[in-house]
Design a protein around this ligand. Structure first.
Ligand code: NAD
Length: 487
């Protein structure tokens, strides 16, 4: 194994960014930040409390009410968004290095995520310029038109998996729409979020449009959700947290967008291109350390190819390179935090009594420290097993055989989640019929999880509420007022 890499000029103190200034918490509270390879504290971060959220919301409210941003022409906003994208691209190597260090993501994958973050800004820059709204005429009596307006201060709450990219997924459309924002990033991975401040300043985003409050979900996140001057919350995270936020947002009847957990099926029929399906099913659950909301963490395989699939899949899983996140050869890095590592390992233990272990099953050989889990494959997993039903969010996959299309569909739909589904078959009629019946917000047919940014993103059932993506994101961050004129 290579030496653990520590980036140069690593900050030891991570602050909030409120009204254009880096600041500590009013009461001085902090929390420790670990790196997932050494599991030692490398920094302390400001732990936001209600009074810090109040200051951030006040700054964002001033920038919304009195500042230029919501009133700028879309083209002027787009110019700044494109400069942000340029700055993210220019900083991509540094961003990826910090993200990989803080979150344990393999460096090659972290670089891809940084570029995707830049693309989010470019995409929404284009979209707001192309945006047009409806006008409806009733001949001789009335004209109606839509007056689109940014809603106000958007509360953005994000998780620790691919943190910088997921922040961009909320920041780009909210800011593009003319909202001002308060971002509360995940407490496990606060490092890369603090880079936004410099990027936004350099691009010329007016003061107070972007505000960042670090801290724990139950403190800073909770205060943001309950703040009366924040009319909407965009949240990505666990389903149970989403339920808590839903309850807490009820008092002020906030707009909510919820991107929650998943346990997505990858369904492989006997007529599939097996090599392509195996490649994709490996990528689906072992890329991003398996810490991916859309992970294909249940593989359903038609019985006639089941044994062959299991054998080939397990052989490939055993060859996946686990190692220091900074090493370009690494394919699975370190899980984000010891708490999460313990959770994933507990599922590995549960799996040993629920399935037949084909690969992995614990810590990889030679990696005695750090949150490393060997890519783990269980076969013959029954649908009532916990490793079939519950989101593990790590490099652990359950394989289950099926005999008929109907059984495959029943298995695919037999969990509380409904985020993504992956279908592999050469029979296009079956593929489309399956896509239409499967309970998933997003379906990939004979393809990897690659998203066109114009398409809807979101889940059904316990995987979420509402869809973002393309114009849907702009719809979420704007009010569409109807104006009626009698002729
Ligand atoms: P989490 O729910 O623990 O935390 C997410 C964020 O919510 C963090 O910033 C946290 O501080 C905050 N939070 C926690 N409690 C809060 C509260 N009471 N009020 C307000 N904020 C609170 O999730 P996580 O462990 O960081 O992320 C992993 C989860 O996110 C997985 O379930 C994964 O599937 C899901 N996820 C979903 C998508 C999607 O698009 N559907 C994408 C990525 C991750």
């Amino acid at each position: 194994m290579s030496e653990h890499y520590i980036p140069q000029d690593l900050p030891t103190r991570i602050q909030h960014y409120i009204d254009g200034e880096f600041v500590d918490s009013v009461n001085g509270a902090t929390f420790d930040v670990l790196d997932p390879v050494s599991n030692t504290n490398y920094a302390t971060a400001a732990a936001g409390q209600k009074e810090d959220i109040d200051l951030a919301v006040a700054a964002a409210t001033r920038a919304f009410t009195d500042g230029p941003w919501p009133r700028m022409k879309p083209r002027e906003r787009a110019r700044i968004l494109n400069k942000i994208a340029d700055a993210v691209e220019a900083a991509e190597a540094r961003l990826a290095e910090l993200e990989s260090f803080d979150s344990g993501l393999p460096i090659t994958q972290a670089r891809g995520q940084a570029l995707r973050a830049a693309e989010n800004f470019r995409f929404f820059a284009d979209l707001i310029v192309a945006q047009f709204d409806d006008a409806m005429k009733v001949p001789g009596s009335q004209i109606n038109y839509v007056n689109r307006k940014p809603i106000g201060v958007a509360g953005l709450i994000t998780p620790w998996n691919t943190p910088f990219m997921l922040e961009s997924w909320k920041l780009a459309p909210s800011i593009a729409s003319g909202c001002t924002v308060v971002l509360k990033p995940a407490e496990f991975t606060p490092l890369s979020a603090s880079l936004w401040a410099g990027i936004f300043e350099e691009a010329g985003l007016p003061k107070g449009v972007f505000n960042l409050v670090n801290g724990l979900g139950e403190e800073a996140g909770d205060a943001l959700v309950k703040h009366p001057d924040v009319p909407l919350i965009s949240f990505t995270g666990e389903t149970t947290t989403g339920q808590t936020i839903f309850r807490n947002a009820a008092t002020n009847l906030k707009g909510l967008s919820m991107e929650l957990g998943g346990k997505s099926p990858c369904v492989i029929f006997a007529d599939a291109d097996l090599d392509a399906a195996i490649d994709s099913a490996l990528f689906g659950v072992f890329s991003l350390n398996g810490e991916r909301c859309t992970a294909g963490s249940r593989i359903l395989v038609e019985r006639s190819i089941y044994d062959e699939f299991c054998e080939k899949y397990a052989a490939r899983a055993k060859n996946i390179v686990v190692g220091d996140p900074h090493d370009p050869a690494t394919e699975v890095g370190a899980l984000v935090h010891p708490e999460h590592y313990n959770k994933v390992m507990s599922y590995v233990d549960i799996g040993k009594s629920e399935g037949r272990l084909l690969a992995g099953g614990g810590r990889p050989e030679g990696l005695d420290h750090g949150n490393y889990v060997a890519p783990t494959v269980f076969a013959d997993v029954k649908p009532d097993a916990r490793i079939f039903q519950e989101e593990i969010f790590g490099p652990v996959v359950a394989i289950t055989p099926f005999d008929t299309d109907e059984e495959a569909l029943e298995l695919a739909n037999g969990v509380k989640y409904g985020l993504a589904a992956y279908i592999w078959t050469q029979n296009l009629t079956r593929a489309h019929n399956f896509a239409q019946s499967v309970e998933a917000g997003m379906v990939w047919l004979n393809s990897h999880n690659v998203r066109d940014l114009r398409t809807p993103f979101g889940g059904v059932k316990a995987s979420g509420l509402g869809h973002e993506g393309g114009f849907r994101s702009i719809d979420f961050y704007t009010d569409q007022q109807a104006v009626h004129i009698t002729l």
